[in-house]
Design a protein around this ligand. Structure first.
Ligand code: 4NP
Length: 153
Protein backbone atom coordinates (compact mmCIF):
# COMPACT_ATOMS: atom_id res chain seq x y z
CA UNK A 1 0.00 0.00 0.00
CA UNK A 2 1.29 3.43 -0.97
CA UNK A 3 0.06 6.55 0.80
CA UNK A 4 0.59 10.16 -0.31
CA UNK A 5 0.07 13.17 1.98
CA UNK A 6 -0.65 16.44 0.22
CA UNK A 7 -0.57 20.03 1.48
CA UNK A 8 0.26 23.37 -0.14
CA UNK A 9 3.97 23.99 0.40
CA UNK A 10 5.11 20.45 1.38
CA UNK A 11 7.24 21.89 4.19
CA UNK A 12 4.82 21.88 7.17
CA UNK A 13 1.79 19.59 7.32
CA UNK A 14 2.32 16.85 4.73
CA UNK A 15 5.98 16.06 5.50
CA UNK A 16 4.99 15.87 9.18
CA UNK A 17 2.10 13.51 8.34
CA UNK A 18 4.49 11.38 6.25
CA UNK A 19 7.07 11.22 9.07
CA UNK A 20 4.51 10.39 11.79
CA UNK A 21 2.89 7.76 9.57
CA UNK A 22 6.24 6.11 8.73
CA UNK A 23 7.16 6.13 12.43
CA UNK A 24 3.95 4.28 13.29
CA UNK A 25 4.36 1.83 10.40
CA UNK A 26 7.93 1.07 11.48
CA UNK A 27 6.78 0.45 15.05
CA UNK A 28 4.18 -2.00 13.75
CA UNK A 29 6.87 -3.63 11.60
CA UNK A 30 4.74 -3.09 8.48
CA UNK A 31 7.34 -1.16 6.47
CA UNK A 32 7.77 -4.06 4.00
CA UNK A 33 4.23 -3.55 2.73
CA UNK A 34 3.36 0.08 3.45
CA UNK A 35 5.18 3.11 2.05
CA UNK A 36 4.49 6.82 2.14
CA UNK A 37 5.51 10.09 0.53
CA UNK A 38 4.33 13.69 0.62
CA UNK A 39 4.07 16.60 -1.80
CA UNK A 40 2.56 20.05 -2.23
CA UNK A 41 0.03 21.43 -4.66
CA UNK A 42 2.12 24.62 -4.91
CA UNK A 43 5.57 25.09 -6.39
CA UNK A 44 7.02 27.70 -3.98
CA UNK A 45 9.19 25.34 -1.95
CA UNK A 46 10.33 22.69 -4.44
CA UNK A 47 13.62 21.19 -3.21
CA UNK A 48 13.34 22.71 0.27
CA UNK A 49 13.82 20.86 3.55
CA UNK A 50 10.88 20.83 5.98
CA UNK A 51 10.27 24.11 7.85
CA UNK A 52 12.58 24.35 10.92
CA UNK A 53 9.47 24.32 13.15
CA UNK A 54 8.25 21.09 11.51
CA UNK A 55 11.65 19.52 12.24
CA UNK A 56 11.59 20.81 15.82
CA UNK A 57 8.11 19.44 16.56
CA UNK A 58 8.90 16.08 14.94
CA UNK A 59 12.07 15.74 16.99
CA UNK A 60 10.36 16.88 20.20
CA UNK A 61 7.89 14.04 19.70
CA UNK A 62 10.56 11.46 18.90
CA UNK A 63 9.88 11.28 15.17
CA UNK A 64 12.62 11.36 12.55
CA UNK A 65 11.84 13.56 9.55
CA UNK A 66 13.61 13.46 6.20
CA UNK A 67 12.04 14.99 3.13
CA UNK A 68 12.73 17.28 0.20
CA UNK A 69 9.70 19.23 -0.99
CA UNK A 70 8.21 18.30 -4.35
CA UNK A 71 5.10 19.27 -6.26
CA UNK A 72 2.09 17.04 -6.84
CA UNK A 73 1.85 15.59 -10.36
CA UNK A 74 -0.74 13.65 -12.35
CA UNK A 75 1.45 10.52 -12.15
CA UNK A 76 0.84 10.43 -8.38
CA UNK A 77 -2.74 9.44 -9.09
CA UNK A 78 -1.71 6.06 -10.47
CA UNK A 79 1.27 5.52 -8.15
CA UNK A 80 -0.58 5.86 -4.84
CA UNK A 81 -3.47 3.93 -3.27
CA UNK A 82 -4.49 6.72 -0.90
CA UNK A 83 -4.04 10.44 -1.47
CA UNK A 84 -4.76 12.52 1.63
CA UNK A 85 -5.40 16.24 1.27
CA UNK A 86 -4.68 18.25 4.41
CA UNK A 87 -7.41 20.80 3.61
CA UNK A 88 -10.21 21.62 1.22
CA UNK A 89 -7.97 23.68 -1.10
CA UNK A 90 -5.44 20.87 -1.36
CA UNK A 91 -8.33 18.52 -2.14
CA UNK A 92 -9.40 20.80 -4.99
CA UNK A 93 -5.78 20.85 -6.21
CA UNK A 94 -5.72 17.05 -6.42
CA UNK A 95 -9.14 16.87 -8.07
CA UNK A 96 -8.00 19.32 -10.77
CA UNK A 97 -5.29 16.93 -12.00
CA UNK A 98 -6.02 15.39 -15.38
CA UNK A 99 -7.60 11.98 -14.85
CA UNK A 100 -8.52 12.65 -11.21
CA UNK A 101 -12.13 11.55 -11.68
CA UNK A 102 -10.96 8.00 -12.50
CA UNK A 103 -9.08 7.91 -9.17
CA UNK A 104 -11.65 9.77 -7.07
CA UNK A 105 -12.14 6.82 -4.70
CA UNK A 106 -8.52 7.16 -3.50
CA UNK A 107 -8.69 10.90 -2.80
CA UNK A 108 -9.81 12.02 0.65
CA UNK A 109 -9.43 14.74 3.19
CA UNK A 110 -7.08 13.63 5.97
CA UNK A 111 -9.50 14.45 8.76
CA UNK A 112 -12.17 12.12 7.43
CA UNK A 113 -10.34 9.66 9.69
CA UNK A 114 -10.04 12.03 12.65
CA UNK A 115 -12.24 10.87 15.56
CA UNK A 116 -12.62 14.62 16.26
CA UNK A 117 -13.05 15.54 12.59
CA UNK A 118 -13.89 16.14 9.84
CA UNK A 119 -12.45 19.50 8.81
CA UNK A 120 -9.14 20.90 7.68
CA UNK A 121 -5.68 20.32 9.08
CA UNK A 122 -4.99 24.03 9.61
CA UNK A 123 -1.99 25.60 7.92
CA UNK A 124 0.52 26.43 10.69
CA UNK A 125 2.92 28.34 8.40
CA UNK A 126 2.01 31.78 9.75
CA UNK A 127 1.51 30.45 13.27
CA UNK A 128 3.62 29.57 16.29
CA UNK A 129 5.36 26.41 17.46
CA UNK A 130 2.21 25.72 19.46
CA UNK A 131 0.24 25.59 16.21
CA UNK A 132 2.69 23.00 14.90
CA UNK A 133 2.15 20.89 18.03
CA UNK A 134 -1.63 21.24 17.53
CA UNK A 135 -1.21 19.92 13.97
CA UNK A 136 1.06 17.14 15.24
CA UNK A 137 -1.56 15.96 17.78
CA UNK A 138 -4.28 16.07 15.13
CA UNK A 139 -2.18 14.01 12.70
CA UNK A 140 -1.14 11.60 15.44
CA UNK A 141 -4.72 10.58 16.37
CA UNK A 142 -5.95 10.73 12.76
CA UNK A 143 -3.18 8.44 11.49
CA UNK A 144 -3.85 5.99 14.33
CA UNK A 145 -7.49 5.86 13.23
CA UNK A 146 -6.50 5.39 9.56
CA UNK A 147 -4.05 2.61 10.47
CA UNK A 148 -6.65 0.87 12.63
CA UNK A 149 -9.35 0.98 9.98
CA UNK A 150 -7.46 0.52 6.70
CA UNK A 151 -3.91 -0.66 7.28
CA UNK A 152 -3.97 -3.39 9.92
CA UNK A 153 -6.02 -5.73 7.74
P1 4NP B 1 2.21 23.56 4.26
O1 4NP B 1 2.38 25.05 4.80
O2 4NP B 1 1.24 23.63 3.11
O3 4NP B 1 1.63 22.83 5.44
O4 4NP B 1 3.58 23.07 3.86
C1 4NP B 1 2.72 26.12 3.98
C2 4NP B 1 4.04 26.35 3.66
C3 4NP B 1 4.37 27.44 2.87
C4 4NP B 1 3.39 28.28 2.41
C5 4NP B 1 2.06 28.05 2.72
C6 4NP B 1 1.73 26.96 3.51
N1 4NP B 1 3.73 29.41 1.63
O5 4NP B 1 2.83 30.21 1.30
O6 4NP B 1 4.91 29.61 1.29
Amino acid sequence: MKVLFVCLGNICRSPLAEAVFKHKIQKLNLQHRISADSCGTGNYHIGDQPDPRTIKIASKNGVEIRHEARQLSAADLSTFDHLFAMDQNNLKGILRLPGADRHAHKIKRMREFDPQGPGDVPDPYYGTLQDFQYVYDMLDRTLDAFINSEVKL
